[in-house]
Ligand binder design. Sequence first.
Ligand code: UDP
Length: 239
Amino acid sequence: MEKLALRYEGKAKKVYDTDQSEYFWVAYKDDATAFNGEKKGQIADKGEVNNLLSALFFEELEKSGIPTHYVRLISNRDMLVRRLEMIPLEVVVRNIVAGSLSKRLGVEEGYVLSQPVVELYYKDDALGDPLVNESHVSAMGWASAVVVQEVQALGLKINELLKKILVKAGIDLIDFKLEFGIVDGKVYLGDEISPDTCRYWDIETREKLDKDRFRRDLGRVEEAYQEVFRRVKEALAHS
Ligand code: UDP
């Protein structure tokens, strides 16, 4: 597999063309941003952790029948993925109140929701990714009504599968963000599943093991990323 022209550079990943038009080469970076790019930094070896951890999760989800863009690892920092036509939405699933939901509803972080909540955000940096609902999505033509139903159902199914893995790693899945795309009319999970895109709390100590350590200057950021990877790898090895 040959890496060709850089097609797109995001905040955390670079996407390259390959010699096969149906695949992209994704290179994970150590760059970290928060608050819509206002805070910038680096998290040592984040690229490796996010690549390898995402690969583990994608493999497990595939085993449970969730179509993902993941094809295979190329190196510790690079993965080969299926090229998707991306849906311009961030699908957020929440089990416990944190972050923007805590602010929006005036509810303290840590409040346990009686059932998972799914939210849709329109992916647009200039607008700060505004919260939207299903009817905005259909009316704007960002996705059909059928597809928006499907991504929400997939979000809930992925939530159950991830929670099951993470609980074995002693981690509570607080919330996370997914992105989806389409190839030949079929919906696939894209992007990544990592401490950049999820909130993970230690089940016992409630210590944050995710990007909130960077966002909120809590220290031990690298250690938290490594710890999540180590625990998930170990949990999967024993399951
Ligand atoms: N999230 C993300 N990218 C974004 C916004 C949110 O990966 O652009 C993730 C975030 O890490 C968290 C979940 O989605 O796990 C919910 O984030 P929230 O809406 O609380 O926003 P935040 O507090 O991160 O601004």
